[in-house]
Design a protein around this ligand. Structure first.
Ligand code: ZN
Length: 189
């Protein structure tokens, strides 16, 4: 993967970790994600936060109840993974980080306009927002790596099924955070 990669951290926001729609299992990936984003920054690899930021009548709010309302604390990245001013934050209003957002143009603008080739996906939930973002990345021709110990879901079953689906349908390479960091160390920046 040693070419034009970007790390996309999905929905590691207060409401999904400790707030209105909290996922207990999200806590266990925080240390891994912290190491991953720190390694990326160190190697000049772009870090992009893809965050839910809803209006009160978004259809998804009707499905899941009120969460991640735009401009509230619940929609902010958790303090442990707080973005730096070099990171990017791209708001979304449904499961996919690409759907009617600026994510694709952002990825294409990086690396001096050569564009990102490989996206490293992490965050929550394996079988919902990670999966939908992977779908849209796949449709747009990006190579996909999923940090298998950097994604989580409400249940182990959903998580494992999500990983299998990502690998089978979107040709995602499943790697541990340690393996990804080792690859980053080979990238010349
Ligand atoms: Zn949402």
């Amino acid at each position: 993967m040693s070419e034009r990669i970007a790390v996309i951290v999905i929905d590691m926001i207060n409401d999904f970790v400790t707030g209105d729609l909290k996922c207990e299992r999200a806590h266990r990936i925080i240390p891994n994600l912290k190491r991953l984003v720190e390694a990326a920054r160190k190697h000049g690899i772009p870090v992009i936060y893809s965050n839910d930021a809803h209006y009160p009548n978004d259809f998804e709010v009707h499905r899941w109840g009120k969460h991640a309302i735009k401009g509230t604390k619940g929609a902010e990245v958790i303090p442990e993974l707080k973005p730096t001013d070099k990171d990017f934050v791209v708001e979304k209003r449904t499961y996919s980080g690409f759907y009617e957002t600026g994510l694709d143009p952002l990825l294409r603008s990086l690396y001096n306009g050569e564009g990102v080739r490989t996206v490293v996906l992490c965050g929550i939930h394996t079988h919902i927002c990670v999966q939908h973002t992977a779908a849209d990345a796949f449709f747009r021709g990006y190579k996909i790596i999923v940090a298998k110990d950097g994604v989580e879901a409400f249940t182990q079953e959903d998580h494992e099924r999500g990983l299998r689906y990502l690998e089978y349908v979107y040709n995602a390479k499943l790697m541990t955070v340690d393996e990804i960091i080792r690859e980053m160390e080979k990238v010349k920046t």
